[in-house]
Design a protein around this ligand. Structure first.
Ligand code: ZN
Length: 512
């Protein structure tokens, strides 16, 4: 039983697709369990749930790497009716399946098991070290993580002139290398540092009143649901729940789950988090249904995924026109409690920029500095040019240089993120790549649809959503992320779009 509309009648291709679909369905079963773990599961469920997920992960790995799959891919590669037209859906699907298969099979099963075990131990020890505010407790685990990841990178290999970081980043951002990231990040850092200096010297910063007003959580929830459906998250094909760390997961384009969080004194955080996750959710709901769970119906990379979330959160959700539409709704939902907040207070309050220690609490401008610091450090660790023991000092030095702040301790410094303890490096830059892609995509959308932003003031979000759907969502994994950017915007990724946007908007708000 297949719901896919393959144009070929090649029986091997049909069998391969059924097999790949089943593997994808198994993976999505794991995603259901993980969603449940984050949103509904009672505390005592942790251990049995871990065992359930481990079985699924093992079975999925065995199935993905079986020689039967490799044989079917090879047979399709030799079939002119499949690969004859290299741009056909079938040919592109086979190219992506080949890449996935080769990548899964070049890692020995023993290393896969070792990685899973290390991740669980390292994460446990990281949490304890963070609680005790003591990096030295985590240091031996970080050393093990770096050793394992360097071994893993060796198994994958990397292009000539490249480095271990490149091999690992491929899982998150296909085609991305450390040298390319550096070439995009360096001009970003220079312009951003200049902008931050000017913002810090502003004599007319916006009021923070919006971020201090106390509003009941149940009213906040109704409010963000209103925003989510207005911008186009489809509740017939998705749910919004609450979790400590907001996230998005998809079981199918017809069943996409997002979460958000609420604090009585921070409605701004609930709005930003909800619009962010809606952006991820709208991407997943917008993927091709006829290719659901297959390469052409999958998100292309974490960076492009993040571009969709940041675009709705920032380019839309922190725009003046959005607040023209949202401000009266704020009054409808919260009544007298928001009487003192005029349009400039909410728009300004949503756009406050201030260097801080914690990445996940950072504003849309300084956030990128947090990412550059992590990228530089993990790159040096993997090259063998920085010892784990020297990470706290390297961290503090960069926070001083890039953000002008002193790191008081490890918990507020290099122990704040879970990523490295999950045996994951090469991931962090996808956040800033997402910011850069979002600004460049939004610029292209505005050129294609003059007056686009003015529509936000009257709640017209549909044209933008349709444009993103046609140009980005429906492409699935057809192009590499950097190529998709060129196809959609006509130019390679550049820091200029994000900086033009930030300088223009924040310059006006801060009176620079
Ligand atoms: Zn995100």
């Amino acid at each position: 039983m297949t719901t896919n509309t393959a144009t070929t009648t090649n029986p091997t291709y049909a069998r391969l697709i059924e097999r790949v679909l089943d593997d994808s369905r198994l993976a999505r079963c794991g995603a259901v369990l993980q969603w449940d773990q984050e949103t509904k599961m009672p505390p005592q469920g942790v251990e049995p749930r871990g065992a359930q997920l481990a079985v699924l992960a093992r079975v999925a790995h065995e199935r993905r790497t079986s020689s039967e799959v490799g044989d079917m891919i090879a047979a399709c590669e030799a079939a002119p009716d499949i690969v004859g037209d290299c741009d056909s859906d079938e040919a592109v699907t086979i190219q992506r399946l080949r890449k996935d298969y080769d990548r899964s099979t070049c890692i020995p099963s023993a290393l896969v098991a070792e990685e899973a075990q290390l991740a669980s131990q390292a994460q446990h020890n990281w949490a304890e070290a963070r609680r005790n505010n003591d990096f030295s407790q985590f240091q031996p685990w970080l050393e093990k993580v770096v050793t394992l990841l360097r071994h893993k990178a060796d198994c994958f290999g990397w292009a000539e002139g490249g480095e271990p970081w490149d091999a690992l980043a491929e899982d998150y951002e296909p085609g991305c290398t450390a040298a390319w990231v550096e070439s995009v990040f360096t001009p970003l850092r220079v312009r951003l540092q200049n902008l931050l200096d000017r913002i810090m010297g502003s004599s007319t910063p916006p009021s923070n009143a919006f971020n201090e007003v106390k509003l009941p959580v149940d009213a906040q929830e109704a409010f963000v649901r209103d925003i989510a459906s207005s911008i186009g998250f489809d509740f017939q094909r998705g749910r919004l729940d609450v979790s400590t760390h907001p996230f998005c997961t998809s079981f199918h384009p017809r069943d996409v789950r997002i979460t958000t969080r609420f604090h009585e004194n921070n409605v701004n955080d609930a709005i930003g988090s909800t619009m962010h996750e809606c952006g991820h959710g709208i991407y997943e709901q917008g993927l091709r249904q006829d290719q659901a769970l297959l390469p052409l119906g999958q998100a292309v990379s974490l960076g492009i995924h993040e571009s969709q979330s940041r675009l709705w959160e920032n380019q839309v959700g922190r725009s003046q026109q959005f607040w023209q539409w949202c401000h009266p709704r704020l009054k409808q939902h919260f009544g007298d409690a928001v009487n003192t907040l005029d349009l400039s207070a909410v728009y300004g309050g949503a756009n406050i920029v201030s260097p801080s220690l914690i990445r996940v609490e950072a504003d849309e401008a300084t956030y990128n500095m947090h990412i550059m610091i992590r990228f530089e450090i993990e790159r040096l660790l993997l090259k063998g040019d920085l010892a784990a023991a020297d990470v706290p000092a390297a961290w503090a030095e960069r926070y001083r240089e890039y953000l002008g702040i002193e790191v008081p301790d490890d918990a507020n410094g290099c122990l704040q993120d879970v990523h490295w303890s999950m045996v994951s490096m090469g991931y962090f830059p996808t956040y800033t790549l997402g910011n850069l892609y979002s600004a460049q995509f939004f610029d292209a959308a505005k050129r294609a649809m003059p007056g686009l932003e003015d529509g936000f003031a009257t709640g017209e979000f549909e044209p933008l959503r349709t444009w993103l759907n046609e140009n980005i969502h429906k492409q699935g994994r057809r192009h590499l992320p950097a190529d998709l950017c060129e196809v959609v915007t006509g130019s390679p990724l550049s820091a200029d779009y994000l900086m033009d946007y930030l300088e223009g908007k924040l310059g006006a708000i801060y009176g620079l």
